[in-house]
Design a protein around this ligand. Structure first.
Ligand code: GCU
Length: 420
């Protein structure tokens, strides 16, 4: 059956069960970033059908098998609106505070904050951002009625006491999210706190993981999902919910996240075509930077310091990243022909901004192969100048952060790529 129906098999294996790939010790070394248009068995991809039906499912399975772990099959969502306020941001927007549930009984709920522009013509569909946040929905907007997350929170979040959110955190990340500007530019946004899906600590006894174990399974196996895969899965469930709103344009869903949540955003987009545009902001190693090479954060370092982010197979590549049967250019290629913007900061050398430009260059042939615009710039762009092509690039002055200037660029990119 495997022989007769490889595409079907890979599609299934990409969703739930581990595929039949060789152990890491049997993989061949390759110094260069692997060509996304060459199959695992060395065959060249020559038709669009082959890309769609064989190579894309194969790449999805490879990334899950060797790096992020397999995401479970989508679980249906149910939503409860906790509160709604139709006159926030000087009457310009309506806010909905929602509790989202999915998965087997006991799976922790995820709080979703939806903010939609009030000004729109009858029947007009709103393009949406789905944003993954670090410190809770109550932190992105200073509104008393937004529920505080009940899940574990890192102490680094403002207002966090004993690893729990408090009122003191309200609005403390407003400058990172710029919601008023997003509304003014005609977009809606749905946000969730990543810790609701899985608290960011090296422990799989909390968050979604224990509820998705197979019958009789006590702990995660070598190819099971790590935290980044769980956060990406949570992003998919939030999209399920967002798409139930008839005011939302289902063809213009953009996902954005910063740093580890940029890694999450890119994985979410690579595995789910409903994501029409993605901005993995300053995502770096394990996201938008090459795993190969010696610049920026090394694979070994990320696996040592954050052992829960990836699956338990990825550390086998710590000292031999050249054995990876893909690199992050292939994750960007999985998004083709959809727009992807890699945005960076000059002082954020840990995220390897130059390597990220190389990642785009080596994803570009897939966009061309699919007859889409790829990366228009041949050379690394000037600081502060957005390369606004389907594969976009941007680097600004400054540090690792998400600031108002970034959002101006994100919105310019989305306006052009969404044809607004
Ligand atoms: C660390 C980590 C990075 C990550 C970042 C973040 O710096 O090494 O890989 O992107 O944290 O998420 O803030």
């Amino acid at each position: 059956m495997r022989r007769l129906l490889p595409a079907f098999w890979l599609m299934l294996s990409g969703m739930c069960a581990a595929a039949d790939f060789p152990p890491v010790s049997q993989l061949k070394s390759q110094a260069e970033l692997p060509d996304p248009l060459v199959m695992f068995d060395g065959k060249k991809v020559t038709t669009k059908e082959q890309w769609e039906q064989e190579r894309r499912p194969e790449l999805k399975a490879l990334f899950q098998h060797y790096m992020y772990g397999y995401l479970p099959a989508p679980a249906p969502v149910t939503a409860k609106v906790e509160s709604e306020k139709s006159d926030i941001l000087k009457g310009k927007a309506t806010m909905r505070d929602v509790t989202l549930r999915f998965g087997p009984a006991g799976t922790p709920p995820v709080g979703v904050l939806v903010v939609m522009p009030n000004q729109r013509e009858a029947g007009q569909k709103i393009p949406m951002w789905v944003g993954i946040n670090f410190c809770g929905n109550h932190a992105v907007l200073d509104e008393k009625s937004i529920s505080l997350p009940k899940s574990w929170m890192p102490k680094s979040c403002a207002g966090c006491v004993d690893n729990q959110a408090t009122d003191a955190g309200r609005g403390t990340q407003a400058a990172n999210w710029n919601i008023e500007m997003i509304i003014d530019r005609g977009y809606g946004i749905a946000l969730f706190y990543y810790g609701d899906v899985d608290p960011d600590r090296p422990d799989f006894s909390d968050g979604v993981h224990p509820f998705f174990l197979k019958p009789g399974q006590k702990e995660l196996g070598k190819h099971d999902w790590g935290s980044i895969a769980a956060w990406a899965y949570g992003t998919h469930r939030v999209i399920d919910y967002v798409l139930t709103d008839p005011a939302v344009d289902p063809k213009r869903i953009a996902v954005v996240g910063h740093s580890r949540l940029g890694k999450t955003a890119l994985l979410a987009a690579a595995l789910d075509e409903r994501v029409a545009l993605v901005i993995p902001h300053q995502a770096g190693c394990g996201g938008t930077a090459p795993s190969r090479g010696k610049i920026g954060e090394p694979v070994k370092r990320i696996n040592d310091v954050f052992p829960h982010w990836f699956n338990d197979t990825f550390p086998e590549f710590n000292e031999q990243t050249d054995k990876l049967p893909f690199d992050q250019n292939c994750l960007v290629a999985l998004c083709a022909p959809r727009p992807v913007l890699l945005s960076n900061a000059v002082e954020d050398s840990w995220a390897n901004p130059n390597g990220q430009f190389d990642v785009l260059k080596s994803a570009d042939p897939v966009y061309r192969f699919l007859e889409a615009e790829g990366l228009e710039a041949k050379d690394f762009p000037e600081t502060g100048k957005l390369v606004n092509s389907r594969l976009g690039y941007y680097i600004r002055e400054g540090k690792h952060s998400m600031i108002t200037e970034d959002w101006r660029v994100f919105l310019d990119f989305a306006d052009k790529q969404f044809g607004k």
